[in-house]
Design a protein around this ligand. Structure first.
Ligand code: SAH
Length: 230
């Protein structure tokens, strides 16, 4: 297993070099590489896929969703420039793997998920594995998590059709957001949005990527409102 994890880290390093012209990052920070080394990916994938947990590719996690390729997890985490003081919002908890990686570097991770069974299994898994600085919540990620905002960094792990204004509003001045933007199952671009201290934003495209879609489903919130009115 150690050999497999080492090989995965080597592959991530190699891919970082190959894509440096696009991403602007020849290597990823020591903190990011250490987090990839420390978090056991096999604990986040279905039993049937454990054999492939240390391969540099996405794997299915049920409900039509996937855990991202480790290189992409490393790249997106690196682009956030986290410190041990950072408060991060992740949209799309999925298996909880990306949240676990973020939690090794940042002070606090808030992660939101729209699919009930994934939200429940990831929340239980993260608790069982002892990740105490991650808080999960079931809601529509297009709206962010207003009560916990503002965030130093936001990472969206499903492809949005546009950059949701709620997420931009919930980012602190000086903050960074990575988000894949594009049409579902078509070409998408990983975008890096930065907000300066005056609150002005800049967006640049980093790399072509392929993510499952961020579902623009207002139902969970509608249901919540209805319940609260009753
Ligand atoms: N980060 C995850 C993988 C994400 S796959 C991991 O490390 O395993 C994308 C996830 O986004 C899926 O779990 C999907 O259910 C979730 N998702 C899709 N649309 C969403 C929305 N509108 N709000 C919150 N989560 C959403």
């Amino acid at each position: 297993m150690k050999n497999k994890a080492k090989r995965l880290l080597d592959e991530i390093e190699y891919e970082a070099k190959c894509t440096a012209t696009f991403t602007g990052r020849k290597t990823f920070s020591q903190a990011v590489m250490d987090a990839i080394r420390e978090v056991a990916r096999e604990k986040f994938v279905p039993v049937a896929s454990r054999l492939y947990a240390y391969e540099n590719r996405p794997l299915t996690i049920g409900h039509g969703q996937t855990i991202s390729q480790p290189y992409i997890v490393a790249l997106m985490t690196d682009l956030l420039d986290l410190t041990s003081d950072s408060i991060v919002l992740e949209v799309g908890t999925g298996s909880g793997y990306q949240a676990a990686i973020l939690s090794k570097i940042a002070r606090k991770v808030y992660s939101i998920e729209t699919i009930g069974p994934l939200f429940e299994s990831a929340s239980k898994r993260l608790l069982k594995l002892g990740y105490t600085n991650i808080e999960t919540h079931q809601c529509n990620g297009y709206e962010g998590w207003e009560e916990k905002a503002p965030f130093d960094a936001i990472i969206v792990t499903a492809a949005a059709t546009h950059i949701p204004q709620a997420l931009v509003d919930q980012l602190k001045p000086g903050g960074r957001m990575v988000i894949p933007v594009g049409l579902p199952y078509m070409s998408q671009e990983l975008m890096l949005l930065t907000k300066n201290n005056e609150g002005q934003t800049r967006v640049k495209s980093v790399l072509s990527v392929a993510f499952v879609p961020l579902v623009d489903d207002k139902e969970p919130n509608k249901n919540k409102d209805n319940l609260e009115q009753r």
